[in-house]
Design a protein around this ligand. Structure first.
Ligand SMILES: *Cc1c(COP(=O)(O)O)cnc(C)c1O
Length: 385
C-alpha cells in the first residue's frame, strides 16, 4: 500500500543513528538558520514546545493570541498551556490560510501575538501580516508579536521573500510527516539575535537532557520507520491503525485532538542524534521541495477531474506540504483509494473551535468547518493516478 506520506530517509540518516554526534545540535541550529534565512535558530523537542517557550519566555500570560481556526490543534494547546487564550480566525477556502480581512477585527487590547500558519505550504501575504501586527502594537501601545508558523511551509516564499524571514519569529517542526524530519523536534528562528538569546536562555534553564531510555526508544522508533513506510509493509501498518487499537499507545502520548495536553517529554532538549538526522535532511531539502513542486504540477495536469471535487491551486512560492482536494463524500473516497492500495490522508480533519476543549467559543467558522469535513490529501512522495 502506498502511504499517505513518507519521510525521505536513506542510508545517511541510518548511519547517524550509530555515530557519535557530539555537538550536532549546535551545528544543526547554525545550518538551519542559514538555510532558512535567519540570523539565529534555537532547537526544541517539538514545534508546539517551541511555541509554548516563546510565549513563556516573554512572560505573555492571560493574553489573547490570534491564530487560524484551521490548523494543527497543538498550536491552540501551546497557547492554552502557556496560560493564554486562542482567538480564532476563519480561513479562506482558496488556500486554507487565515482570512486576513477578518484578522484585524479580532485584535483587542488583550492581543499579544498572532500566529500565522502558512497552511499546506501556501504562503500568505507577509507584508499585510506585518502591517496588521505593527498597527495593533501602535494602537494599544505594546508589542504584538508575529509568529510565522512554517511547519507546513519550509522555504515557501511570498513574492520572492522567504516567509520565515519575516515577522518576529518563525516556527518549524520535524516529526516524520513534515517536509524535513529529525524524528521529532522543533525550531524557532529569529532575525533579532537578542530575542534568540532570550529564548536560548529560557530553554537552557527550563529544559533538561532526555533520559537514557528515551534516547534508546527514539533510535528504535526511527529504525522501525524504515520498514513501516515500505509499500510492502505499509498495508499491514494501515490495518493495525484502522482496525485495531495497538498503535494508539504511540499516537496518543504524542497527539490527542480532543484534549489539551503535551507529551510528557515536551521539556526535553533536542538530542545530538536527532540533530544529526536533521543535518542529513538539510542536505536533501532542496531536492525534497523540488520534488513536491513537480508532483503538485503533475497532479494539477493529470489528476482525473471530477465535477464535484475542488482542486487546489498552484501558487507561486508554495512548497506543497500536502496536495489537498475537497470531496463531497470523503469516507467513500478514502475507502475507494484504500481498496486500490493508496492511503489518502484527511488532513486536517477538525476545525479547532469545534473540538471539545474549545467548543464553548460561541462563534462560527464556516470555511474551517467545511475544510475539516471534506479535505483529502494525495501522497506527495509519489504520484497517484
Ligand atoms: C506539526 C505542526 C506543528 C507542531 O509540531 P509538533 O512538533 O508536532 O509539536 C505546529 N503547527 C503546524 C501547522 C504543524 O503542522
Amino acid at each position: 500500500m502506498i502511504p499517505r506520506f513518507k519521510p525521505n530517509l536513506g542510508w545517511d540518516e541510518f548511519y547517524a543513528i550509530f555515530r557519535n554526534n557530539k555537538g550536532a545540535v549546535e551545528r544543526f541550529e547554525e545550518a538551519f538558520a542559514e538555510a532558512f534565512n535567519a540570523k539565529e535558530a534555537v532547537s526544541f523537542p517539538y514545534g508546539r514546545s517551541a511555541q509554548w517557550a516563546f510565549f513563556k519566555a516573554h512572560g505573555i500570560e492571560d493574553a489573547e493570541i490570534i491564530m487560524p481556526a484551521y490548523t494543527c490543534s497543538v498550536v491552540a494547546h501551546a497557547v492554552k498551556l502557556s496560560g493564554n487564550q486562542p482567538v480564532f480566525v476563519d480561513i479562506q477556502l482558496s488556500d486554507y490560510n487565515m482570512d486576513l480581512c477578518q484578522l484585524a477585527s479580532k485584535v483587542t487590547p488583550k492581543t499579544r501575538a498572532i500566529v500565522a500558519t502558512h497552511t499546506f505550504g501556501y504562503p500568505q501575504d507577509i507584508e499585510q501580516l506585518e502591517s496588521i501586527a505593527n498597527d495593533a502594537g501602535q494602537k494599544y501601545g505594546h508589542k504584538v508579536w508575529l509568529m510565522q508558523d512554517c511547519c507546513h511551509a519550509f522555504g515557501a516564499q511570498w513574492k520572492g521573500r522567504d516567509i520565515g524571514s519575516s515577522g518576529d519569529v518563525a516556527v518549524y517542526a520535524f516529526n516524520i510527516s513534515k517536509l524535513l524530519t529529525c524524528v521529532f523536534g522543533g525550531m524557532l528562528t529569529f532575525q533579532d539575535k537578542q530575542i534568540a538569546k532570550k529564548l536560548r536562555a529560557f530553554r537552557d534553564k527550563e529544559y533538561q537532557n532526555p533520559s537514557f531510555w528515551k534516547a534508546i526508544a527514539r533510535r528504535i522508533y526511527l529504525l522501525a520507520i524504515y520498514p513501516a513506510f515500505n509499500e510492502l509493509v505499509y498495508g499491514f501498518v494501515w490495518l493495525l491503525q484502522e482496525k485495531t487499537t495497538l498503535l494508539n499507545k504511540f499516537t496518543e502520548s504524542y497527539h490527542l485532538d480532543e484534549k489539551i495536553h503535551f507529551p510528557p517529554d515536551y521539556r526535553d532538549l533536542m538530542m545530538d542524534f536527532e540533530a544529526a538526522i536533521g543535518l542529513e535532511q538539510l542536505d536533501k531539502y532542496h531536492e525534497i521541495i523540488r520534488e513536491r513542486r513537480i508532483n503538485a504540477v503533475w497532479y494539477d495536469e493529470n489528476l482525473t477531474r471530477k465535477n464535484s471535487w475542488v482542486y487546489p491551486q498552484l501558487v507561486e512560492g508554495a512548497t506543497y506540504s500536502h496536495y489537498v482536494v475537497r470531496v463531497p463524500n470523503r469516507r467513500q473516497i478514502l475507502a475507494e483509494y484504500a481498496s486500490r492500495g493508496v492511503h489518502l490522508g484527511k488532513l486536517i480533519e477538525y476545525s479547532i473551535p469545534e473540538t471539545a476543549p474549545y467548543k464553548k467559543i460561541n462563534q462560527s467558522y464556516p470555511n474551517s468547518y467545511e475544510a475539516s469535513l471534506s479535505t483529502v490529501n494525495f501522497p506527495m512522495h509519489k504520484i497517484i493516478k
